[in-house]
Design a protein around this ligand. Structure first.
Ligand SMILES: [Zn+2]
Length: 328
């Protein structure tokens, strides 16, 4: 007899993989965590943000499955963002599991998230992008509100490139898909299942790029190229980081590429005279009242600007600490 979590579809099974739907205080509202038995005990992929509600969901989910926290041996994180990594520290305290993060995201985590460089770095780059002092003031609260969802930080191990793992009776290998974050990995199973993190979501297209934390010169191009490489593989089912599972990968990839090409063109056409990145972002994509969304919109606008600069369609020059863009 299935329990309440199954009835409410907070927990469901996709083959031998359990999918736990966590809540989060952002427009996306929920994120997926995956659990399956493997040769070395239970393995988790992604965790959700650390809130009392999600801690309760994890506790109930493990009870429902019939295992304890100590059964969890390994935790893999697709990328370092709070809605994927956030609960890993809490889970590690309870399970003593090893937590793995791909090397580029481990570097980002160590450089920004777990150091005191996060706020200064975001602040500097927001000022360069044309944010005023009122916006900069609200940034400090945003940074703190995100950080609290990731505490306690886990002790992290570096996941070697091209790793393989057994998960739910199937062999998966990791595959780097940079763009949403520098080190974002996906897991591709021998059965054609793709645990895709934030690259491909059924009901929406998530923001691109990890500015100001990215070390990629042209995250848009890297991202679209990686998606095209994914499209050449025989993927039968996508288990995404948010929302429901889906097939028809090619259609989704085409939609993502079209979306970004269209927006990049909007940025080029919308650039009249000279403009800061932020003025352009507000003009083209609107000004969301929520500070965190403002940051994501700015980050994506910068990704389009960088792509256009790489194609030598626009130039950038700095005046009084602010970067201004113009068409060539
Ligand atoms: Zn993310």
């Amino acid at each position: 007899m299935r329990g309440e979590l199954f009835r409410k579809q907070i927990l469901y099974r996709q083959g031998d993989i359990y999918v736990l739907r966590n809540t989060m205080p952002f427009p996306l509202r929920e994120s997926n965590a995956f659990m399956a038995e493997s040769e070395q005990g239970w393995t988790v992929i992604d965790t959700g943000v650390n809130t009392p509600e999600n801690q309760q969901r994890w506790t109930l989910a493990l009870k429902e499955i019939g295992i304890s926290f100590r059964h969890i041996q390994r935790i893999y994180i697709t990328h370092y963002h709070h809605d994927h990594l956030g609960l890993a520290g809490w889970l590690q305290e309870k399970s003593e599991a090893q937590v793995f993060l791909p090397p580029p995201d481990l570097l980002t985590f160590n450089t920004y998230i777990s150091s005191d460089q996060y706020y200064p770095a975001v602040k500097d780059l927001c000022l360069q992008a044309g944010w005023n002092h009122q916006l900069i003031e609200s940034l400090a609260d945003d940074v703190k509100s995100i950080d609290v969802l990731m505490q306690p930080y886990p002790y992290l191990s570096s996941l070697p490139e091209d790793s393989q793992l057994e998960f739910g009776g199937c062999r998966y290998r990791t595959y780097l898909v940079p763009g949403h974050s520098d080190g974002h990995i996906v897991f591709i199973g021998d059965n054609g299942w793709l645990l895709g993190g934030d690259n491909l979501i059924k009901h929406t297209i998530l923001h691109l790029t990890d500015w100001p934390h990215t070390r990629l010169v042209n995250p848009l191009e890297d991202h679209l190229q990686a998606l095209q490489e994914l499209d050449s593989l025989d993927i039968k089912l996508v288990l995404p980081g948010h929302g429901m599972c889906f097939s028809h990968l090619t259609e989704k990839i085409e939609a993502v590429i079209e979306h970004h090409e269209k927006r990049k063109n909007q940025v080029l056409q919308g650039l009249k005279g000279i403009s800061s990145a932020w003025d352009l972002a507000v003009k083209l994509f609107g000004d969301n009242p929520y500070i965190h969304i403002k940051r994501l919109v700015l980050a994506e606008t910068l990704a389009y600007l960088n792509a256009l600069a790489s194609q030598q369609q626009i130039a950038v020059e700095q005046q009084a600490g602010i970067n201004y863009y113009k068409r060539l």
